[in-house]
Design a binder for this molecule. Structure first.
Ligand code: UDP
Ligand code: MG
Length: 315
């Protein structure tokens, strides 16, 4: 059985949305393809979502529906990963259940992949953020920082709302790390990504699961997963403190010739900075090793070949 398009829908307390989501998606898919599947991942919802999903599953035999019920709430990252393991479509879309992301865009993304064989992934980015000024400013700062300190390029304002070819999904699944930060993974795996703007709608029902603290933790997780720069910081501090200790030592020496008070302060400051420098430099060295271990334990592939052209075996 060949499936053209899989839609992965992470759901956490979305009782008021899942039925409408199915209805809107069915409508959006009409005229595009019948060969699609919808994978609802119920991420340990505490409301009526599992019941609603069971009902949808039993009553909609005209659509290919899968439901994965988690034993508890594992988070959207885990839900997306679970969806990837089940998705068999030629194209795979991640889309939210709350209808903030119109399924029509998934069709648009599918069409782009149809038309452009060189494009592997289409990511939707929010042209206008419908959030408070403070959160928007924080998010802009986050993208600026993460793009500066990491080796991968993050598309500013790109969401998880995207469609990729099955080959990209296979690659993503080959990254076995536990602490997953998909925005980073999507960039790290490479491939040709096209960004298209989309307009975020108001949430159909329920409320967002994000607050400032959660976002901050998410941003820190992202930075930590993609760079070991913070681990190296003590080394630079140590070097700076070493330089300062030399300066204070020189001041102390000058003081020895000119003023005893200057000598006293100079030598005390020099010894404090010298001790600090030694501690920081060694912490930095440990940080370097830890950074290497951090990279190694993630067990990521050393390279990702998108295509290999090879000769036919003559025998
Ligand atoms: N979600 C999830 N697990 C969680 C939190 C969220 O599966 O622990 C799902 C949620 O049901 C929704 C999507 O992830 O389909 C995006 O969540 P939300 O709408 O709260 O985020 P926002 O749109 O406000 O960024
Ligand atoms: Mg939402």
């Amino acid at each position: 059985m060949k499936i053209k398009h899989s839609l992965i829908v992470p759901c956490y307390n979305e009782e008021g949305n899942v039925e409408k989501f199915l209805e809107v998606t069915k409508k959006a898919m009409t005229g595009y393809t019948d060969d699609y599947e919808i994978i609802f991942v119920n991420d340990g919802s505490r409301d009526e979502t599992p019941k609603k999903l069971r009902k949808i599953f039993n009553e909609n035999k005209d659509v290919r529906i899968k439901v994965i019920n988690f034993s508890r709430n594992f988070g959207k990252e885990a839900a997306m990963y679970a969806g990837f393991t089940e998705a068999v479509g030629e194209y795979v879309t991640i889309i939210d259940a709350d209808l903030q992301q119109d399924p029509l865009y998934a069709v648009e993304m599918g069409r782009i992949l149809d038309e452009d064989p060189d494009c592997d992934m289409v990511a939707a980015f929010q042209e206008k953020r419908k959030e408070g000024k403070f959160i928007t400013a924080c998010k802009t700062m986050f993208y600026k920082t993460i793009n500066k300190v990491t080796e991968v390029d993050f598309i500013s304002d790109a969401s998880d709302f995207r469609t990729m070819r099955q080959s990209v999904v296979k690659t993503i699944l080959s990254l076995p790390e536990y602490h997953r930060f998909s925005k980073g993974i999507f960039s790290w795996v490479g491939y040709n990504t096209k960004a298209i703007p989309y307009e975020v709608k108001e949430r159909e029902s329920g409320e967002t699961k994000w607050n400032f603290t959660k976002l901050l933790k998410y941003a820190l997780d992202g930075i930590i997963a993609y760079t070991d720069a913070p681990l190296k910081m003590p080394l630079y501090f140590g070097i700076a403190m070493g330089v300062l200790s030399v300066i204070f030592f020189s001041i102390g020496c000058i003081g020895a010739l000119l003023a005893p008070v200057l000598m006293l302060y100079g030598f005390i400051a020099a010894s404090v900075f010298f001790a600090g420098a030694i501690i920081c430099v060694f912490l930095g060295i440990i940080g370097y090793y830890l950074g290497k271990i951090h990279t190694q334990v993630k067990d990521r592939p050393i390279f990702i070949a998108k295509e290999i052209l090879t000769y036919d075996d003559k025998d």
